[in-house]
Structure formats: structure tokens, C-alpha cells
Ligand binder design. Structure first.
Ligand SMILES: [Zn+2]
Length: 234
């Protein structure tokens, strides 16, 4: 077996990929226990799966080989692409979630995620702007991995985009239409604007998640787009 994977629990819930791998989607399990989560992800009737599950103790379980398409993202959208499962690797972090008692992700869990994610992005040459949360690709339906997920830890290892350090003052967008256009350009499905802004806040400004496009939210988005387009944060 492989040094970063502790156990295999093969799931029957996969099919063939129709696209090159170019994204990673992070989830929480939203289940009372990791065993219950794995059982569900391996249940043919549930028709869901992920490539990996990581327990709170840091055990990494592989359910589906990376070469196959796992069924983790459901109806989803990112940067113009609506078939996220076909192009992504899905990692479930066990956490009871907003349904069963949301709590911080323990260090042991993140310490198991970091080398696994590092290997995945290196193997498939995945830009860190495409390491996203389920709520980023399904803002109308999903909250995971949620506002307690330590994106800054991943950013330290260059495995996710950092939050912009310095924000320019002033309002970079003339009106809401311009803001939503920019939000879609960054990646989000903006067909429900308030939900899209909530997902953006959950990822980039978790201290206040209200779906309002205030000045700080507008400045963060503007800086993210500038950084990404200038190639600083590929
Ligand atoms: Zn999810």
C-alpha cells in the first residue's frame, strides 16, 4: 500500500472519467461518525462516493481510484465548467457538520490532508485556484467544508489561494451587476446571487456570512481576480 493511504474501502459508486483532472473538491461528511460516513459512501443505493475520507484522527481511507470518477459534487459549477465530478478529485473530511454538530478540524486531520493534497496537485498539475470547497461549486445547496475549515493552513503550503493580504480601499465595482459578473469570472455559479455571496464569504471572510456585498467583500474579490490574472497566484 501507499505511504499516505492507511486503508482501502472500495466503493462501487464510480464510473469512467470523461475529462482530465484539474480540480480538487474538499467536503465534510456531515455524519455522526466516520464509519457511518464510509458506509454511506460505499452503499450502492446512496449513489455517492469520494476518492478519499480522512478521519479526525488522521486516518486516510481510499474509496475510489483517482483515475475513476467519484460521485461527490453533484450538481455543480466552477469557472464555466458544470461537470465538476468528471474533472475533480473529492476528499471527505470527517466532521459532524452543520447537521450533526459542526466543530473545528483537528490538527491530526489537517496533517494527513496536507501531504495527500500535495501529492494530488503535483501529480495532476492542478492550479491552486482550483482547490475549492463543495460550497464553492454548489453555493445554492452546500455549506461544506464550512467556515471553520483552515484554508490558511493550505495556503501556507501553496495548496490553496491565500486570502489577499492587502486590500485596496474604494469600491472597485460600480454596481451589483458588475460584482456578480466578476464573481462568476472568479468561478462561482451566481444564478442565486445571495447564496453565491454567502459561499464566497464562507471561504474568504468567514467572520461575517450574510450574503451582503459590502465594501470588504467587493475589495477581496477584486484583489483575488487581480492576483490570479497577474499570475501571482496560479
Ligand atoms: Zn460535500
Amino acid at each position: 500500500m501507499d505511504e499516505l493511504v492507511h486503508r482501502e474501502e472500495p466503493s462501487p459508486n464510480w464510473d469512467e472519467r470523461d475529462e482530465r483532472i484539474s480540480m480538487v473538491v474538499l467536503h465534510y461528511t456531515d455524519m455522526p461518525s466516520v464509519d457511518a460516513a464510509i458506509a454511506r459512501l460505499c452503499d450502492p443505493a446512496a449513489k455517492v462516493s469520494s476518492h478519499y475520507v480522512i478521519s479526525e484522527e488522521g486516518e486516510v481511507v481510499r474509496l475510489v481510484p483517482e483515475s475513476k470518477r467519484a460521485w461527490h459534487a453533484g450538481r455543480s459549477f466552477w469557472r464555466g465548467k458544470s461537470n465538476v465530478n468528471g474533472a475533480s478529485i473529492g476528499i471527505e473530511l470527517h466532521n459532524p457538520g452543520h447537521t450533526c454538530g459542526y466543530r473545528p478540524f483537528p490538527d491530526a486531520q489537517i496533517e494527513a490532508l496536507v501531504p495527500l493534497l500535495h501529492r494530488i496537485v503535483r501529480t495532476h498539475d492542478i492550479p491552486r485556484a482550483n482547490v475549492v470547497g463543495h460550497s464553492d461549486v454548489a453555493p445554492q445547496r452546500k455549506l461544506d467544508p464550512g467556515e471553520l475549515f483552515p484554508w490558511d493552513r493550505l495556503a501556507q503550503y501553496r495548496l490553496a489561494l491565500p486570502r489577499p493580504a492587502k486590500l485596496k480601499l474604494g469600491d472597485p465595482f460600480d454596481n451589483d451587476g458588475a460584482f456578480y459578473l466578476a464573481l462568476e469570472r472568479f468561478g462561482y455559479d451566481v444564478s442565486d446571487g445571495k447564496k453565491a455571496v454567502e459561499a464566497f464569504q464562507r471561504r474568504w471572510r468567514p467572520g461575517k456570512i450574510d450574503g451582503e456585498t459590502d465594501g470588504e467583500v467587493r475589495a477581496i474579490l477584486f484583489q483575488l481576480l487581480l492576483d490570479r490574472d497577474s499570475g501571482k497566484t496560479r
